[in-house]
Design a protein around this ligand. Structure first.
Ligand SMILES: [Zn+2]
Length: 62
């Protein structure tokens, strides 16, 4: 039996845009569409074509 729990989480690229405000995050959850950390439009738990995750994913909301 081997445990995989020491495996680190995927490392995301550095955000290239300013972090969103809380109300923006909330609105994205409602809309089901979010911004990635480089400003692309992605699904709430999506990753854009440049490898940047949605802010919601990065911040652990989804
Ligand atoms: Zn992108």
């Amino acid at each position: 039996m081997s445990s995989d729990k020491s495996r680190p989480r995927a490392q995301w690229p550095e955000p290239t845009v300013d972090a969103p405000k809380y109300y923006e995050l909330s609105q994205w959850m409602v809309d089901g569409v979010a911004r990635s950390t480089d400003g692309c439009t992605v699904e709430t738990d999506g990753i854009c074509e440049h490898g940047h995750p949605s802010w919601l994913l990065l911040l652990g909301y989804v």
